[in-house]
Design a protein around this ligand. Structure first.
Ligand code: HEC
Ligand code: HEC
Length: 284
């Protein structure tokens, strides 16, 4: 009798069996690779709102509800691959269990909704939608649903879910953008363009239609860790040094500059912006 399910949803790995793990993955990585999104939506309006949130995450720069708040050519799923259900690339699985959380950047305890709105201001170079707006609630409902059945865990140190992208183990000051240029030309430019402005096969990675310099990926260390597990798309194979070099090359180009005041809605639509200190850069 099988008392423990092999494929666990959300973040519920405790007790999960790991079978047929790919040989190149360590035990912890194999477990994460086993994570799966829940299959069934709840009935009624809640299910429809979750579905709407998923559509917005997949078409953020085009969907009529989110487009007015987006300032670049990206979608949430440009970085949260497979609408956040890819278990390794900035996954949304289990994320809702980590909130409320202390955020060193805002120097406040923030909610999951706050965290979503911050990614719109920085990674999407857009304007913060009002708390409680339809777009904000739909996205947050979808991300919450992806943690169905998982136990809550208080997060007193930083706002990150249980399966966040792991930092690289190498010295990030030893990035070589010249090596990165070669890696970019041979393994990235086909999809993202020689000029970084994107092609039909990949979104812009620098320039005016990319994420701004207040986004997490604008930091070489975070971009490198994400590239290691996410790029080239469908064939992530870079070594840690290659990921770091490629990150340094990508981030050596100009991108929009983040000034908080340019990313807040009109005061009457702002509500309470849950923050005391917001430096220009920091985690997304
Ligand atoms: C340019 C890339 C990029 C884009 C676009 C982006 N994000 Fe993120 N986001 C990140 C990274 C990187 C993290 C850090 C996640 C990690 O370390 O696993 C993050 C973190 C988050 C978190 C917190 C995750 C956690 O583990 O607690 C949420 C929620 C989130 N993003 C929502 C969104 C939403 C919603 C959108 C679209 C409106 C979006 N993001 C667009 C890169 C991006
Ligand atoms: C086969 C095409 C392909 C290759 C090769 C590829 N990417 Fe991507 N990349 C994509 C696509 C497509 C996305 C968006 C993911 C999605 O929408 O599912 C993406 C997303 C990204 C993002 C986050 C979104 C953005 O545009 O800022 C970065 C950064 C990135 N890639 C960098 C790289 C780097 C660096 C390399 C080379 C090491 C690389 N990619 C190789 C197709 C590719």
């Amino acid at each position: 009798m099988q008392t423990r399910a092999r494929l666990m949803t959300g973040c519920c790995l405790i007790g999960g069996l790991v079978m047929a793990a790919p040989a190149h993955l360590g035990a912890a990585e194999s477990k994460i690779a086993e994570l799966r999104a829940p299959q069934e939506l709840p009935p009624g309006e809640l299910g429809r709102t979750i579905q709407l949130g998923k559509e917005i995450i997949q078409k953020t720069n085009q969907h009529p509800l989110s487009k007015p708040f987006v300032g670049n050519a990206l979608r949430c799923s440009s970085c949260h691959l497979d609408a956040g259900t890819d278990p390794t690339a900035a996954t949304f699985l289990g994320v809702a269990t980590a909130y409320p959380a202390w955020s060193p950047r805002e120097r406040r305890v923030i909610t999951l909704e706050d965290r979503v709105l911050n990614c719109l201001m920085r990674s999407m170079n857009g304007v913060r939608p009002p708390n409680g707006s339809q777009v904000s609630v739909a996205i947050t409902a979808y991300i919450s649903w992806l943690s169905s059945g998982c136990p809550l865990k208080m997060n007193p140190e930083k706002p990150l879910g249980p399966h966040h992208v792991r930092p690289l183990k190498i010295d990030v000051t030893r990035a070589d953008p010249e090596q990165g240029e070669k890696i970019y030309a041979s393994r990235c430019a086909d999809c993202h363009g020689e000029n970084g402005k994107g092609t039909d096969d990949g979104p812009p990675v620098w320039g005016p239609m990319s994420f701004n310099d207040g986004a997490g990926l604008a930091e070489n260390e975070k971009l490198a860790a994400w590239l290691k597990v996410a790029m080239p798309l469908g064939d992530a194979h870079l070594t840690e040094q290659e990921a770091l070099d490629a990150a340094a090359y990508v981030n050596s180009h100009p991108r929009p500059h983040f000034e908080l005041k340019d990313h807040l809605p009109k005061p009457e639509r702002l509500g309470e912006y849950n923050a005391e200190l917001i430096p220009a850069t920091g985690s997304p």
